[in-house]
Design a protein around this ligand. Structure first.
Ligand SMILES: NC(=O)c1ccc[n+]([C@@H]2O[C@H](COP(=O)([O-])OP(=O)(O)OC[C@H]3O[C@@H](n4cnc5c(N)ncnc54)[C@H](OP(=O)(O)O)[C@@H]3O)[C@@H](O)[C@H]2O)c1
Length: 252
């Protein structure tokens, strides 16, 4: 399959790595649908891309709102009838620096709503459309922060970081990645499911500014999306149930 035949959905596509993915994949020839929970933010992001004559669409999509997901998927179904690539990129952190002994239950629940239940709800609603495609992929934007191996490794860059709600939700989403990949493989489906660690990237994630994040060692957007772009544009690759970054496999 060629990239110019691919219909792609990126959740949380209005800024940060999501926007960079929408731009790069449409530049690669894919028709990319940007999911944005706030239509105004999505519209200004999409206007800029359309000025560069990129093939992009916009849908309202809040991953914590089931009705919004159902409506967005129905819109894609009516227009395209199938989906080749789902990138579950939408994510949020609510508990940076909160200690496990005292972190508030609401912060833990908020993390799981976006990073775990939201990802699963979007995936389940998109599966019938992905099944309509001859070639299809699901890419979950995870994080090294969700790796228990990294959390226990004093040499890891995330060893000292604490955001137990976010970390647990990403770790749980990693297990969903593995189990869905196995289920689809058993069913001899053509859909692959993989998780990506983008590394520490200069975005507004967690209320930062890209400048502040850069001063703390975060990588440019182009580096953060590199592994995802590689996987998202290689239609020969059948890898499934992997967790990787630009350096290779990441320990779960
Ligand atoms: N930046 C890093 O260092 C880093 C490292 C590892 C992993 N990640 C992961 O990479 C992904 C992208 O993060 P980023 O750095 O690009 O962060 P970002 O700039 O904060 O962008 C996050 C995106 O997710 C959207 N979003 C948040 N809650 C949502 C919801 N309920 N429904 C739909 N969209 C929602 C945001 O929409 P609004 O604009 O409306 O808020 C925004 O478009 C996330 O999954 C994050 O966990 C980031």
């Amino acid at each position: 399959m060629q990239n110019n035949q691919a219909i792609t959905l990126v959740t949380g596509g209005n800024r940060g790595m999501g926007l960079a993915l929408v731009r790069a994949l449409s530049q690669a020839g894919q028709h990319v649908i940007m999911g944005a929970r706030d239509l105004e933010k999505g519209q200004s992001a999409i206007d800029e891309l359309r000025q560069s004559h990129l093939s992009v669409d916009l849908v309202q999509l809040d991953v914590t709102d089931h009705a919004s997901i159902v409506k967005a998927v129905q819109t894609i179904k009516n227009r395209f009838g199938q989906l080749n690539l789902l990138i579950n990129n939408a994510g949020a952190v609510f508990d940076f620096g909160q200690q496990p002994a005292t972190v508030a239950a609401e912060q833990l629940r908020a993390s799981f709503e976006v990073n775990y239940f939201g990802l699963i709800d979007v995936t389940q609603q998109c599966l019938p459309l992905l099944e309509q495609a001859e070639h299809a992929k699901i890419i979950n934007i995870s994080s090294m922060m969700g790796s228990k191996t990294a959390a226990l490794d004093p040499n890891s860059e995330v060893y000292g970081a604490v955001a137990v709600g976010y970390q647990s939700a990403k770790a749980a989403a990693n297990m969903y990645t593995v189990q869905l990949a196995k289920e689809l493989k058993r069913a001899q489906s053509s859909i692959t499911v993989n998780a990506i660690d983008p590394g520490m990237v200069a975005t507004e994630f967690g209320g930062a500014t890209p400048e502040l994040a850069r001063s703390m060692g975060a990588q440019p957007l182009a580096v953060g999306i590199a592994r995802t772009i590689e996987l998202a544009t290689d239609w020969e690759s059948r890898v499934t149930a992997t967790f990787s970054n630009t350096h290779g496999p990441v320990a779960w």
